[in-house]
Design a protein. Structure first.
Length: 369
């Protein structure tokens, strides 16, 4: 009897000990990453966010945000809806707010994933996912630039865990209002009428709201002058183009850029048909990122909930685990030294590791189907 009691006590003590260790690790992680200290206590700049803040100031002064002398952006005017509320704060305060929003989004998405896939060990799973997420390069890169990638990751997570079609449509509309490329996953819901109604109404309403400070002329200008050239990178392809992990940039790194013009549309059509047939939202998110004309590294932050989804739902055989582990390592790491290496096939492959990670994750999703 005493042995049974001791066993019960140990079964309660060990999880508490593990959770305590994980909490300490998470706290240390945040105190040791200088990024957070710089943003909150030293007013460090958030490069991308600061640029959009300046663009919003120009918009409020009735200056076309696509004027040639301003910062180049490929997104439609609707994307400024996300940044507009921050313009009512001083830049330093806006930086703190957007960073807090993204950090909170990271913790919330880890909590949602834990509740969805491992509720029995909720706290342990939440702490583990939080440590993994915030220690990875991509989320920290997004935070350091003030990009909304972590917020979009939360929206994608909400869609993954939700069962309500209307709610999913609203969430994807919000994501697409920040990064318009996320209209592409609509293909995976093409047979869901409630979803289609929700995203159409929500996206239309968000566009109407944007017209309170965005001139219709700027929408016209975007579709006449900017949109036709969207398949071209906003910056010239050079070196290994490591920060851009799109299909086009990957072709460039591998020395086959000449074939991109012939292959892109057949690939796009084939993938679109696949998404309609398979109906996998997770697969459509990966395809969106890989096929986007420009896929900055921080976009790949959005793959995190899909990794979690695949891990908890795939068959745990050796082959799947090996592919998953390799894909996750390629997603987790960064090669800062590769910027200074000579472009060749080997360095081109190494510099495409985020793209390859997305391909491997897609393979695991297709195996599930």
């Amino acid at each position: 009897m005493s042995g049974l009691i001791n066993g019960v006590k140990k079964s309660k003590v060990i999880p508490k000990l593990i959770n305590s260790i994980l909490i300490v690790v998470l706290v240390v992680l945040f105190t040791k990453i200088s990024l957070f200290e710089r943003i909150f206590f030293q007013g460090s700049s958030l490069y991308d966010f600061d640029l959009y803040y300046i663009l919003i100031e120009n918009i409020k002064n009735s200056v076309n945000p696509y004027s040639p002398w301003l910062i180049y952006t490929v997104g439609p005017p609707l994307l400024f809806l996300y940044y507009f509320p921050f313009s009512f704060l001083k830049l330093a305060d806006a930086r703190i707010l957007v960073t807090t929003l993204n950090i909170a989004s990271g913790f919330i998405l880890c909590l949602l994933l834990s509740k969805k896939f491992n509720k029995k060990y909720l706290l342990t799973t939440f702490l583990t996912l939080s440590i993994i997420f915030f220690s990875a390069f991509l989320p920290r890169f997004a935070l350091g630039n003030g990009q909304p990638s972590i917020l979009i990751t939360l929206l994608i997570t909400l869609i993954i865990v939700s069962k309500n079609s209307f709610w999913k449509g609203l969430l994807l509309a919000l994501a697409a209002s920040i990064k318009t490329i996320f209209l592409f996953p609509v293909l995976s819901f093409i047979k869901d009428e409630k979803f289609l109604i929700a995203i159409t109404l929500s996206f239309f309403l968000l566009t109407l709201i944007s017209l309170t400070f965005i001139k219709i002329d700027w929408y016209v200008y975007f579709f006449q002058k900017i949109f036709p050239d969207l398949n071209n990178s906003p910056t010239p392809l050079s070196g290994l183009d490591y920060y851009n992990q799109s299909l086009k940039s990957t072709f460039f790194r591998l020395g086959i850029i000449d074939s991109y013009g012939y292959l892109f549309f057949p690939i796009l059509i084939a993938v679109s048909l696949l998404l309609v047939i398979v109906g996998s939202f997770e697969l459509s998110v990966i395809a969106t990122i890989l096929l986007s004309p420009v896929s900055w590294q921080h976009y790949f932050t959005i793959l995190f909930p899909i990794f979690v989804f695949v891990f908890f739902t795939m068959k745990k055989n050796i082959k799947n685990l090996l592919v998953f582990t390799f894909a996750f390592i390629l997603w987790f790491i960064e090669f800062p030294w590769i910027h200074y290496t000579t472009p060749n096939l080997l360095t081109g492959l190494l510099a495409s590791h985020y793209f390859i990670s997305g391909l491997l994750l897609s393979f695991l999703l297709l195996k599930k189907k």
